[in-house]
Write a new protein. Structure first.
Length: 331
C-alpha cells in the first residue's frame, strides 16, 4: 500500500462511496506492554480485558471519576500486548493522563506504536483482497482476525448498509490496494457519522457519559465487569434507567457553515443538544452526530447561529431502546 498522496480533503464526496480505503492519519496507535497490561487497562477502561482476544477487538471508553468520557478507543490484542487508537489532537493529553495510573504497574509501558497505522476500508470487496478466506469469520462488529501484516477488524456498518473494516497494519510492508480506490480521510469520517460512531475532540472531551454517545450500542461498555474509574456513574445511569439524552444523526440539506463540535443545538431559543461530529459534503449538505435530550428530539431543531438550517433526522444502524424508556418515564 503506497502513501503517495497524504493530502486530506476538508469536504466529503457525496454520495459516500460504498467501496474505498483511507489511511486514518487523524489517529495514532499506542502499544501497552508488560506484565501489568491487562490489570492496568481493566482499572481504567469500560471494557473487560478478558474479552479482548485475537478474535475480538472491542471498543472501550476511559472516563473521569464523574463518568465523563475523555477517551474513546478500540482495544486490539497483539500477542501479549494491547494496541489502542487515540485521536491525534488528544493523544498527548490522554497518554499523560493514563501514565499517572501506569506508574503503579512496574515493568508495564505505554508508547506510540510508530510502526502501526490504521487503514479504513469501505465495502467487502477490498477487505477480501486483504483477508482472502478469513473474511467470512468476521460476522459481528468487533470481530477480528490476524493476517500476515496486521489485524483486520470488522466495524459498524453504515445505516445505509455499507460494510466497514479497520486494518491495523503492524508490519512496515507494502500492501497492495488499488490506488484508484483511495478516498480522503474525510470520507471515512463521514462513514463514521453514517455508522453512528462518535469521536471526541478538544471541545467535547469530558462532556458526556459514554452512554450519551451510544457507546454501549457499538460494543464499548461492559456493564458486568469490575470496578474502573467512572464505573459507578456509568453503571448507575444504565441500571437505574437515568439516560435522558443520547446520540442522534441529522442531515442539513444546504448549509454555508459547518456546525462545529461543542456547539449547541436549539429548539426555538432553548439549548437541547450539542454537536459531537460533523462533515460537509460536496453537494453543500451536512451530516452530524449530536447528543440531544430525548424529550426534545421530536422538536424542530437547528444549530446555534443557523436558524434556517433545519435538522432532518437520519437513521442509525442500531436501535437505541433507552429513548423509548426515557419517553415512557416522562409521560
Amino acid at each position: 500500500m503506497t502513501d503517495t498522496d497524504s493530502s486530506v480533503s476538508a469536504i466529503a464526496d457525496y454520495p459516500l462511496a460504498n467501496s474505498g480505503w483511507a489511511v486514518l492519519d487523524d489517529r495514532v496507535v499506542v502499544r501497552i506492554s508488560g506484565p501489568g497490561t491487562d490489570k492496568f487497562l481493566q482499572g481504567q477502561f469500560s471494557q473487560n480485558l478478558d474479552e479482548v482476544t485475537p478474535d475480538r477487538s472491542p471498543r472501550a471508553a476511559a472516563a473521569t471519576p464523574k463518568g465523563r468520557a475523555y477517551c474513546l478507543t478500540r482495544m486490539v490484542r497483539a500477542g501479549e500486548d494491547i494496541l489502542m487508537d487515540f485521536p491525534s489532537e488528544l493523544a498527548d493529553d490522554i497518554i499523560s493522563h493514563l501514565r499517572k495510573y501506569l506508574m503503579l504497574f512496574r515493568g508495564t509501558t505505554m508508547e506510540l506504536a510508530q510502526e502501526t497505522r490504521i487503514v479504513g476500508i469501505l465495502g467487502n470487496e477490498l477487505a477480501e483482497k486483504l483477508a482472502e478466506n478469513a473474511l467470512e469469520s468476521l460476522k459481528e462488529p468487533g470481530d477480528s482476525c490476524a493476517l500476515r501484516d496486521g489485524i483486520l477488524v470488522k466495524t459498524q456498518s453504515t445505516a445505509e448498509g455499507t460494510a466497514r473494516y479497520e486494518f491495523w497494519q503492524t508490519q512496515d510492508s507494502e500492501i497492495v490496494l488499488p490506488a484508484s480506490a483511495r478516498i480522503p480521510v474525510t470520507d471515512w469520517q463521514a462513514s463514521e457519522i453514517a455508522a453512528g460512531v462518535a469521536s471526541l475532540t478538544a471541545a467535547t472531551q469530558e462532556s458526556f457519559v459514554p452512554q450519551m454517545l451510544n457507546w454501549q450500542h457499538v460494543g464499548g461498555v461492559h456493564f458486568k465487569k469490575g470496578c474502573y474509574t467512572g464505573q459507578e456513574v456509568i453503571a448507575r445511569m444504565h441500571f437505574l434507567g437515568q439516560l435522558k439524552k443520547s446520540l442522534f444523526r441529522f442531515r442539513i440539506e444546504q448549509a454555508e457553515n459547518l456546525p462545529i463540535p461543542g456547539s449547541a443545538l436549539l429548539a426555538g431559543e432553548r439549548s437541547v443538544g450539542e454537536v459531537v461530529n460533523s462533515v460537509k459534503y460536496r453537494d453543500g449538505s451536512v451530516e452530524l452526530l449530536a447528543v440531544v435530550r430525548h424529550d426534545a428530539a421530536d422538536s424542530p431543531l437547528h444549530p446555534d447561529g443557523m436558524p434556517e438550517a433545519a435538522l432532518m433526522p437520519m437513521p442509525l444502524p442500531y436501535p437505541v431502546p433507552e429513548r423509548e424508556k426515557s419517553a415512557q418515564s416522562d409521560t
